[in-house]
Design a protein around this ligand. Structure first.
Ligand code: FES
Length: 148
């Protein structure tokens, strides 16, 4: 084994995925906050971006996050029926399958993106969602490996 190969293996072992988590202001952002104040452990890989509603999330947001170096994207919002704007999350849910297809066509494994619902009191669900996505993305490896 050459030194160069050994260095590559070391880099892979120490690699940690970067996750962008779009959270709606009214439920999941508060849920993420509660996870912090309740000391619920979850991987520190997620960078949380607050949006008013998941209905605001477009394909461009997700692709931009991936292009800027995120290895995975989590979208987390209010449960269906609980959206502060009545139907923003339902509209996102209706677009989600098409968005995942478009992400796949852009050359990205769709398992790098995850949609979940977590209310302000569901800190554990938020934390579990981050943990699940981090595990999934770790199995896939760095996104740059996929785009080579
Ligand atoms: Fe939370 Fe719409 S306000 S998903």
């Amino acid at each position: 084994m050459t030194t160069k190969t050994a260095a590559k293996i070391d880099n892979t072992e120490s690699w940690e995925p970067r996750i962008v988590a779009f959270c709606c202001n009214w439920c999941s952002y508060a849920g993420a906050d509660l996870a912090g104040t309740s000391r619920i452990q979850y991987p520190p890989n997620a960078r949380i971006l607050r949006v008013n509603c998941t209905g605001r999330i477009s394909l461009e947001f997700i692709l931009a996050a991936l292009e800027m170096g995120a290895d995975g994207v989590l979208v987390s919002g209010c449960h269906p029926g609980d959206c502060h704007y009545t139907s923003g999350n339902l509209k996102l849910r209706a677009r989600w399958t098409i968005m995942k297809k478009a992400i796949e066509q852009a050359g990205v494994d769709p398992r790098r993106v995850r949609l979940q619902w977590a209310s302000a009191s569901e800190a554990q669900i938020f934390a579990d969602g981050v943990r699940t996505l981090v595990k999934q993305v770790k199995e896939l490896g760095p996104i740059m490996e996929e785009w080579k």
